[in-house]
Unconditional design. Sequence first.
Length: 255
Amino acid sequence: MAGLQRKDKIDHYLVLMLQEKSLDKIKVALSINKKTAFDWRHKILASLSETDKDDFTGITESDETFFLSSEKGIPVTDRKPRKRGGKSKKRGISNDQVAVIVTQDRKSGLDLTVATMGRLKKIDIEKAIGNRINPNQTILCSDAHVSYKGFAIDNNIEHHALKAIIKQRVKNKVYHIQHVNSTHNRVKKSIDNTFWGVSTKYLQQYLNWYRIKEKIKNSNDKLNLFVNKISEDINAYQNYQNIQLRYEKLISTQY
């Protein structure tokens, strides 16, 4: 709450935010500037960076999905503005796509990490989930991407790869990545339908929000749980200040 001028409106703001009201509706309801509503949203989301990040246990699925790079909200001067939902001009996986690693176990562990621009590398997987995988407690399931194979070998993890080229969906009746692929679809629907797409700069913020919403979705007291979650991270303000720096570091992986 550092630097906020209208702290008396925060409680009402959190209620509207949890209801996923648009910034325009929040602006009208609270009589605040739209930019203020936007800044408050991302100060709050910055507090979810490290919340509920336990180790993965048991069978754990991991797979990457891609979002088209977006500069939503930033004036475009060097090209024609792209319509929402546009497509890349490059075929296949390219450097104008953002790779997001989605990892979840069969209990409640879930992680969504903006990893890199373009093709995924072994080091990206290591940075995303390396410190949350215990070789004595985790069995990793992924597609046959060579980076996952290398990651599993380096960390001495039991690994089961699903080979899409032969349409392999399930291995030994238990190893698959169907849960994580379902999460891919739900996350993209949330980003595209609820928020009409988001800027790459803020994509990690919205993924953190999705993760917490999944965590509390079956609770009868979502508001108090949400408030508790955003109160746990003592580095929240620093995370907020570092959004631009993290974005620049991500974009640098294009080259």
